[in-house]
Structure formats: structure tokens, C-alpha cells
Ligand binder design. Sequence first.
Ligand SMILES: Nc1ncnc2c1ncn2[C@@H]1O[C@H](COP(=O)(O)OP(=O)(O)OP(=O)(O)O)[C@@H](O)[C@H]1O
Length: 235
Amino acid sequence: MSALLELQDVHAAYGLSRVLFGISIEVNEGECVCLLGRNGVGKTTTMRSVMGLTPPSAGRIRFKSRDITGWPPHRVARAGVGFVPEDRRIFAELSVWENLDVARRAAARPGRWTIEAIVDLFPVLGKLHDRQGGFLSGGEQQMLTIARTLMGNPELLLLDEPSEGLAPLVVEALLAKVGELKAQGLTILLAEQGIEFSLALADRVYVLEKGAVRFAGSSAALRSDRSVLDQLLMV
Ligand SMILES: Nc1ncnc2c1ncn2[C@@H]1O[C@H](COP(=O)(O)OP(=O)(O)OP(=O)(O)O)[C@@H](O)[C@H]1O
């Protein structure tokens, strides 16, 4: 069986600054795969390369066996990839409801994610429906950001550092929600610096360093690999 997403020897750069040096990863249907690594190793850029925001300078990207290398972001979204960026781009002046409505209108594909289904998953967004985005807590903003991306009905969710800047209890609540999405069969590629968040969710892990994969294996294998934990993750 071929992978849902496959990156093969992907290189990427910002202008003259080279950032990815031959990333090869696979995400199978229904899996949660985590990209781990310290600040600046290339996790975000790997996701941006899939999404077409930073197209690869070399290498191939396949989604559902189709070569999507260099496709523009709207076309990648329509093919079934949703991206939740690290910087939570919600509309601060719009209410929760309006934010979701904008996402509904802009949805990349038809599918099961209605506003009602979103509120089932995130009841807090239902309770806060008329609150402006800018007045939500960090955790609520993160849930709204994920909700907006789900409205596009992705088959693969790219989730960039969802736990960043959130208090431990909020991270736990978020972890449970992402776990529910996984249990519902959504395929997830997650980038994280927080190893506990990642290992609680991920079936498999890739640890990056300086734009290359240094470790690939199961979460259990990573937990017991002291040298990778010490050298690449400093935990
Ligand atoms: N727009 C940009 N222009 C130039 N260099 C960039 C740009 N965005 C990222 N970089 C550089 O690319 C490298 C990889 O960054 P990237 O954001 O992919 O790493 P990361 O592992 O996701 O880290 P972080 O957790 O900080 O997002 C870093 O050295 C970063 O400074």
C-alpha cells in the first residue's frame, strides 16, 4: 500500500538560505506522525513545502499517489490537505461564529465538517460563539484555528506546534481533542517541540536536525533511545 503523503528527498530554501537538505518521510492513512526537533531545524518549512507555501527546490511530494510538488496552496488544499499554522491566523475583530462562517464559505472541499459538527468537537466554541477572536484565550484561539482548517474537510491535517505558549492544563485539553480527531480516522502530521505532547499522540516520529532526518521510528523506540533524546532533543 502506498503512503497517503510521501516526501522524497525534499530540499527547500528561503532565497539563498538553504533550510531542508533531503527530507524523506511518509505518513500512512489514519496515522499520526510527528516531526520533532529543536527550534529552527526545519519542521515548519517541511509543512510549508507540502502546502506549496515554500515549494521544494528539489525532491518530490506525493499525496494520494499524485505528484503535488510545486502546486499552489489552494490546489493542495482542494486535494485534501489542511494546514494549521503556528501563528493562529484567526480574525481578531470577528466573532467565533463569523470566523467559522468565513472558513465555511472558503472551504476547500465539501464534506462532513459543518459548524454543528465543530461545536460537537469543541463545545467551548459554541459557548463563546459571539466573542471576538481577539478576546479568546490562547487555547480557545488554537481550537478555533483547528476548527477553521477542519471546515475545509481535509483528509490530512498538518498541525504546526499546537501546544506552543499554552499552559499545561490547556495542552492536555488540546491533546484530548487532537486524539479525538485521530480516533475519528483523520490522518495527522504534527510538528512539535514538546516531546510529551508528541509521544502521547504519535504512532511514529521523525526527529530533524539541521534540515535532515536524524531518527525515524516508533514513539516507543524514541522513548528508549537516550542518545537521540539527549543529543537532538535535549530532554
Ligand atoms: N521566511 C524565512 N526567511 C528566511 N529564513 C527562514 C524563514 N523562515 C524560516 N527560516 C529559517 O529556516 C530555518 C528552519 O526554520 P523552520 O521554521 O522551518 O524551523 P522549525 O523547526 O519549524 O522551528 P520553529 O519551531 O522555530 O518554527 C531556521 O533557520 C529559520 O531561521
